[in-house]
Design a protein around this ligand. Structure first.
Ligand code: BGC
Length: 748
């Protein structure tokens, strides 16, 4: 209430120009670090009271200087807030988000977000552009690296966990920040996997697949939302009133801040919605409060507020009074956001002399645990892993001693020198220096290397001929007891604007694996990547295979822990691994067709001619451990139920191996007869348990009719959520394929 009153008082005193200034979200740029004396566009804006928030400050001192300048430039001394891309950690860089999702460990994910929040807050940041919660089912899209994966239930739980981690109980607390759910919405489903491209989705998929993570984040109290670059079903999101004002604000009751993405308002013109003034009016009308970087709000709103806008091509017009009213509403939300952060009473929040930053050592410990937990053991023939500590190891491939790529995409505050590379991690664990040989380049084509350089990465390259490189490598392999081959992609192979035509391993690396397999030495392959890569024949040739993603500052240490048994492999795929790059998009919850890919149809069926039926598959939820977990038969408390009742599914699991295991027990369901075709399997719950050697545990899942609601929609806002009586199947097991089933009949 007090909050509302303070904001109300400010609003009553502010001029229209001052209100428009609050809607301007600018990048810090490089120049202002030297403080008040420097004349930069940002400095000019601050002096004129035309900045609501700044992102990308590089130190507390520069943020402090900017805040002083903002306060001096604002007649009513309204502070700016500071934001940053804190995507998978801040100074302490954790594994990329898709990797964290593969831990299926919600407490751990929350802890990483809380640690990042505390580090960011100690540098004077108030707002993070995270969590990124775009569902992604197409590994061609580079931003799958930042995403929680393909499944709406897992992604929704991660959205809630990260929001809790960033915000804690109160975003005004000294060690917390405001979260920002992004990118609203559908950004993860662009046509052909090309970044920023348009998205055509059934309303049902939008509602049941892409919106649930946002719903979960809003329910958890996320303070802000960032709008996506793409169009959804023809309407660009920056002008998408039905989704922003309709679904998000009215439907979900979201009362926080909505910000544009980087120049997203300006880009409405390129989308074909009209000149800048129309773009601005449509974005504001759609419910966007702040304009990131483009400055179109700042430039166009003064005139729009005098003259209104007519856009007959869009069947759209707003009077001057309506524009003024929309500016009022947006500014009010910006000020409420600032007051929720505690900034109106303490503009130098987090900018004091001695902030309490969390311990870097604790951060590294957490990062190492997270890296081990995110690593997926895909294959382990003849229990090759874990390796004994006294074996002679040859570490081969471009990632054997790599630091830079381990940080992954969007590690804007990470430092390469903080990464402990794999060769050092192995030495620290085994006491022996492994032999290291380069083996293959990360990219085979010079043009691709140049493209990557444009993205700011210098791909390290061995310029000798492949034969010369391989000769040296084979000598190292022959001299070792076991070969660990490190392959994959560079960090900027994935990330924003880094879509790939074929998400697979570069040819020189595939040739390397063939040569190493021919040596007859036990071959462990470790894949470092930003997306689920099609492994092809590499999966067949490896004796053991770890999918390790880009694991952050302690990524290689986590991998070494798994390789040598200091940690038990716990990762489970949060995205299906394609066998061939051409079979994407790929996801476990696809609906069945009338001619299923396997079964009676020999020829005319939903499949590819050139993908063998017996190709190895690594389905969603899959991952091995070192132990053996025995699953008992699932039992229901009742096999019929009324819709108002809760049914219990129980099963016993037992660790029959000699060491501790972390098991993620997954519960899927199918609804075989419904009004429309339903996913063949959908994840409805999961439980992660740690079992010591010989330990058995009884797990109980609660089943309610609510879990079986699905949308029927002719349009977004006319959607009806329905549920049918009848039989559903429940499948419980260690991944989406290897399950045991029971049937439950809803009587009503
Ligand atoms: C990205 C956002 C990011 C913003 C600010 C944009 O290009 O899409 O995810 O938060 O830049 O860095």
């Amino acid at each position: 209430m007090e909050e509302q009153e303070a904001v109300g008082r400010l609003m009553a005193e502010m001029t229209l120009a001052e209100k428009i200034g609050q809607l301007n979200l600018l990048a810090a740029g490089e120049g202002l670090v030297t403080g008040a004396a420097q004349h930069t566009p940002l400095a000019r804006r601050l002096d004129a009271g035309q900045v609501g928030a700044i992102f990308g400050t590089k130190s507390r001192a520069s943020a402090r200087a900017m805040q002083e300048r903002a306060l001096a430039g604002s007649r009513l001394s309204i502070p700016v807030f500071f934001a940053e891309d804190v995507i998978h950690g801040h100074r302490t860089v954790f594994p990329i988000n898709i990797a964290l999702a593969c831990s299926w460990d919600l407490d751990l994910i929350e802890e990483t977000a809380a640690h990042a929040a505390a580090e960011a807050a100690a540098e004077g940041l108030h707002h993070v552009f995270a969590p990124m919660i775009d569902i992604s089912r197409d590994p061609r899209w580079g931003r799958v690296a930042e995403s929680p994966g393909e499944d709406p239930l897992l992604a929704a739980r991660i959205a809630a966990a990260m929001t809790r981690g960033f915000q804690g109980r109160n975003i005004a607390d000294a060690d917390r920040v405001a979260a920002c759910l992004k990118h609203f919405v559908g950004y993860g489903a662009p046509e052909s996997g090309r970044d920023y491209d348009n998205v055509s989705l059934s309303w049902e998929d939008l509602l049941a697949v892409h919106l649930p993570p946002f719903q979960a984040g809003v329910a958890e109290g996320a303070a802000s939302v960032m709008v996506a670059f793409n169009a959804v079903n023809k309407l660009p999101m920056h002008a998408n009133k039905p989704l922003i004002e309709g679904w998000l604000r009215k439907g979900e009751g979201f009362d926080g801040l909505v910000i544009s993405d980087y120049t997203g308002v300006k880009e409405l013109t390129a989308h074909g919605l009209g000149p800048a003034a129309v773009a601005v009016a449509r974005a504001l009308h759609a419910g966007i409060d702040m304009d990131m970087v483009g400055e179109d709000f700042l430039e166009k709103l003064p005139t729009l507020a005098r003259e209104g806008v007519e856009a007959p091509h869009a069947g759209f017009s707003l009077s001057a009074a309506e524009i003024v009213d929309l500016v009022d509403k947006a500014c009010h939300r910006v000020l409420i956001f600032k007051s929720r952060l505690g900034l109106l009473s303490n503009p130098f929040k987090g900018l004091a002399e001695n902030p309490v930053a969390p311990s870097r050592q604790e951060g590294r410990k957490l990062a190492r645990k997270a890296a081990a937990r995110s690593t997926i053991l895909i294959k382990n023939d003849h229990s090759l892993l874990p390796l004994p500590l006294d074996q002679k190891v040859a570490l081969i491939g471009p990632f054997a001693a790599d630091r830079a790529n381990m940080l992954g995409t969007w590690a804007v505050s990470g430092k390469v020198e903080d990464v402990i590379p794999l060769n050092e991690a192995v030495k620290a664990l085994t006491g022996t220096e492994p032999a290291v040989a380069w083996g293959a380049n990360i990219v085979d084509e010079l043009w691709l290397e140049q493209r990557l350089n444009v993205h700011g990465v210098t791909v390290e390259r061995d310029s000798r001929s492949e034969d010369a490189i391989l000769k040296e490598t084979m000598a190292a392999a022959h001299a070792a007891d076991v070969v660990i081959a490190t392959i994959g992609e560079a960090k900027e192979h994935a990330g924003e604007s880094s879509s790939r035509l074929a998400p697979d391993l570069p040819a020189p690396q595939r040739r390397l694996i063939s040569r190493l397999a021919n040596t007859g030495k036990p071959l462990v392959v470790v894949v470092f990547a930003g997306r689920p890569l099609a492994l092809g024949e590499v999966a067949e040739k490896a004796d053991a295979l770890l999918f390790a993603w880009h694991g952050g500052i302690a990524g290689p240490q986590g991998v070494a822990d798994v390789l040598f048994g200091a940690a038990s492999p716990a990762g489970r795929l949060a995205v299906s691994l394609p066998t061939h790059p051409g079979e994407v998009p790929l996801y476990h919850a696809a609906e069945p067709t009338g001619r299923p890919s396997l079964g009676n149809f020999q020829k005319f069926r939903s499949n590819w001619l050139d993908l063998p039926d017996d190709a190895i598959r690594f389905p969603f939820g899959f991952g091995l451990g070192y132990g053996t977990v025995r699953y008992g038969s699932p039992a229901l408390s009742s096999d019929t139920a009324m819709a108002t009742e809760t049914v219990l599914l129980s099963l016993k699991i037992e660790n029959t191996g000699p060491g501790e295991v972390v098991e993620t027990v997954q519960l899927y369901a199918s609804d075989p007869v419904a009004r429309v075709t339903r996913p063949a399997r959908m994840l409805i719950d999961f439980k992660q348990v740690t079992l010591s050697a010989g330990e058995a545990r009884e797990l109980v899942f609660e089943i309610t009719a609510q879990q079986f609601r699905y949308p029927i929609a002719l349009s977004l806002l006319s959607a009806e959520w329905v549920r049918d009586p009848g039989t559903i199947q429940l499948h419980v097991g260690a991944n989406s394929r290897d399950t045991q089933s029971v049937e439950l009949k809803w009587l009503t």
